[in-house]
Ligand binder design. Structure first.
Ligand SMILES: [Zn+2]
Length: 115
């Protein structure tokens, strides 16, 4: 679909935000798991055994990869339906903005959805 052709930008935005969460949550969970495993099992110290080193290093790379993938998925999915720009920048992620910071289109749902 071409930019600016969504009949209901707010509804499309809400759909994209849900899709973004569905795409990102498994990776977030994996990152959290890797963090926990790395923190409790991994041992970066001098006295670390070989398995502890391997688990610690693996957990670290899994954590970094899962984090990078979640950011990438977010960038791909979490875009303004009107101008198709990602709703994240150097300032962070614009979660539930009233309007698009790039093109200014209204993104919040209408106050009276049933009217
Ligand atoms: Zn926009």
């Amino acid at each position: 679909m071409e930019p600016g052709h969504h009949p209901n930008v707010a509804a499309e935005f809400a759909k994209r935000r849900r899709a973004m969460w569905r795409a990102v949550l498994p990776w977030g969970a994996l990152a959290a798991l890797a963090f926990v495993v790395g923190f409790f099992v991994g041992n970066p110290g001098e006295d670390a055994t070989q398995p502890e080193r391997i688990i610690g290093t693996t957990a670290f790379f899994v954590l970094v990869a899962a984090f990078a993938i979640s950011l990438w998925r977010m960038r791909c999915i979490y875009r303004c339906p009107s101008c198709e720009k990602p709703l994240m920048d150097a300032e962070g992620i614009h979660y539930a903005p009233d309007s698009c910071p790039k093109c200014g289109v209204k993104l919040s749902p209408p106050t009276h959805p049933h009217s």
